[in-house]
Ligand binder design. Structure first.
Ligand SMILES: Nc1ncnc2c1ncn2[C@@H]1O[C@H](COP(=O)(O)OP(=O)(O)OP(=O)(O)O)[C@@H](O)[C@H]1O
Ligand SMILES: [Mg+2]
Length: 235
């Protein structure tokens, strides 16, 4: 579904991605794990068109993706960025409706809103509350719900568990598995390596702009060197 080939990104003199190759198959959860500054967000931002790579090819469903972010959204690729970014002065419900701005199938938008409320009951309880007054975890849920309202096929999730209490981390990962069951494909970036590997089909380990390891998530979860480097701090 998604193929990234020899991707190189520079920020001035910083070579942030150094020849990245990844593949995401339809219907799967693929996790990218790696420490701070490894280049995880840069990779997602390159796919969603926010960052312009200097070299490499990104293709989606067999075709090279366009360069403009709004055209990438139109293809059915949605990024839920790091740090939530909800519209603080709109209600929860209006934030969700905003997520469907490219759609005009009113009836299905209403149906999807109900689905989002089933997925995140907390958002339904607070649908008339201003988004800026939600807790951090609730804002994270809202950002994910808003992304889903665009009815994307491929969802790019950047650190959905960042800063959440353990119980909510568990909930968020359960919801990601539920999203997969809604026939969505998910590319997940996480520092919580244990959880990210537990729910993924495939995984990549990104370090200093290079893929250090790739394979079935279950196998990477068994890898001693990975365990030591990334999983110790994840529990
Ligand atoms: N706009 C920018 N200008 C200059 N350097 C940048 C920019 N964005 C990212 N970088 C640098 O590129 C490298 C990769 O950053 P990136 O945000 O992709 O890492 P990350 O893996 O997402 O880290 P984190 O886990 O902390 O979110 C870092 O060294 C960062 O400082
Ligand atoms: Mg990041």
């Amino acid at each position: 579904m998604l193929k990234v080939e020899n991707l190189n990104v520079y920020y001035g003199g910083i070579h942030a991605l150094r020849g990245i190759n990844i593949e995401v198959e339809e219907g799967q959860i693929v996790s990218i794990i790696g420490s701070n500054g490894a280049g995880k967000s840069t990779l997602l931002n390159s796919i969603s068109g926010i960052v312009k790579p200097q070299k490499g090819v990104i293709s989606y469903k067999g075709k090279e993706i366009p360069r403009a972010p709004h055209r990438i959204v139109e293809l059915g690729i949605c990024q839920v960025p790091e740090g939530r970014l909800v519209f603080a002065n709109l209600t929860v419900k209006d934030n969700l409706i905003m997520g469907a701005y490219l759609r005009n199938d009113k009836k299905r938008i209403e149906e999807d809103l109900e689905k989002i409320y089933q997925l995140f009951p907390r958002l339904e309880e607070r649908k008339n509350q201003m988004a800026g007054t939600l807790s951090g975890g609730e804002q994270q849920m809202l950002a994910m719900g808003r992304g889903l309202m665009g009815d994307p096929d491929l969802i790019l999730l950047d650190e959905p568990s960042l800063g959440l209490a353990p119980l909510l981390v568990k909930t968020i990962f359960e919801i990601i598995e539920d999203i997969k069951k809604m026939n969505k494909t998910i590319l997940l970036v996480e520092q919580n390596a244990y959880k990210a590997l537990s729910i993924a089909d495939k995984a990549y380990v990104l370090e200093q702009g290079t893929i250090k390891k790739e394979g079935a998530a279950k196998e990477i979860l068994q890898d001693k060197s990975i365990l030591e480097a990334y999983l110790g701090k994840a529990h």
